[in-house]
Design a protein around this ligand. Structure first.
Ligand code: FES
Length: 102
């Protein structure tokens, strides 16, 4: 069992506003998004059939659509109108470093 902890993901300057970045923590691929200064972190495997959410389409309401079959997930909590929920990770920034609770 892997215990959860705050783990360094990247420096914030590597993820400027409007950009996305893929990181790997504890062997988990996590897609990071900076939407107008707000950071979101979501597991890079769509719960439907493992589509790469890093390549998803962001909408103005803070959702991401999987590039494979279009299921939409809320970046804030991973919820969806589909019968699945994506895994999201809390984040914090300290001294210019982005940490995820993984
Ligand atoms: S794999 Fe994401 S919607 Fe099918």
């Amino acid at each position: 069992m892997v215990s959860e902890n705050w783990i360094e993901a990247c420096r914030l300057e590597e993820l400027p506003s409007g950009r996305r970045k893929l990181v790997r923590i504890n062997n988990i691929e996590i897609a990071l998004f900076n939407l107008a200064g707000v950071i979101y972190a979501i597991k890079n495997r769509c719960p439907h059939r493992s589509g790469p959410l890093i390549r998803g389409f962001i909408d103005a309401a803070g959702g991401i659509k999987c590039p494979m079959h279009g299921w939409r997930f809320d970046l804030r909590d991973g919820s969806s109108e589909r019968p699945a929920r994506a895994t999201v990770y809390p984040s914090k920034v300290e001294n210019g470093v982005l940490y995820l609770w993984v």
